[in-house]
Design a protein. Structure first.
Length: 171
């Protein structure tokens, strides 16, 4: 059986979409976003600045997210939830992540259509790149489900998880 950290790393590296949850004075919100792992021990995504979740991050950098892993075999379903700090990237960090995101995330034949100049993601641009700095992460506790039929979670050791991500990561 895989450790919770190995399971979390597998889910993070084998998926491309997460559901981002934000909150603001307008109330809670959830949005699916396409992410990449890295560079560094972060997840990155981009979104339109006028999107509700983007505006919410401007009001509070505390977010939560879920990634659901659903391969064809029902026995292999898994998932995780995490709490993170979300920040807008600027300057050199923006330039680095911009290039990395499009290189890692898209096949060359798709990249040309999706690629926008880095200036489109800078202040005043239509979009922004965001960094998710995971503060706490939990995976499904399958033993609790089997023992008690109770759907609960196990806290994952982040250092161990990031080491597993590094070992499994494709980018």
């Amino acid at each position: 059986m895989m450790s919770p950290a190995s399971r979390a790393a597998k889910i993070i590296t084998e998926n491309r979409y997460l559901t981002l949850s934000t909150a603001s004075s307008d109330g809670p919100w959830a949005a699916p976003v396409n992410y990449v792992v890295g560079p560094g021990r972060y997840l990155h995504y981009y979104s339109a600045r006028k999107a509700r979740h983007s505006r919410d991050v401007g009001e509070s950098s505390d977010v939560a997210a879920a990634i659901f892993h659903a391969p064809p075999a029902a026995a292999e379903v898994d998932g995780l939830q995490f709490a993170a700090r979300c920040s807008v990237l600027r300057g050199d960090e923006l330039a680095t992540v911009h290039q990395y995101f499009f290189d890692v995330n898209l096949a060359p034949e798709e990249r040309d259509w999706w690629l926008r100049p880095v200036s489109a993601f800078d202040e005043g641009g239509t979009w922004a790149f965001y960094r998710l700095d995971i503060q706490g992460l939990w995976v499904i506790d399958f033993q609790s489900i089997e023992r008690e039929r109770l759907d609960s979670r196990i806290l994952v050791e982040l250092e161990e998880m990031w080491e597993q991500v590094k070992a499994q990561h494709r980018g």
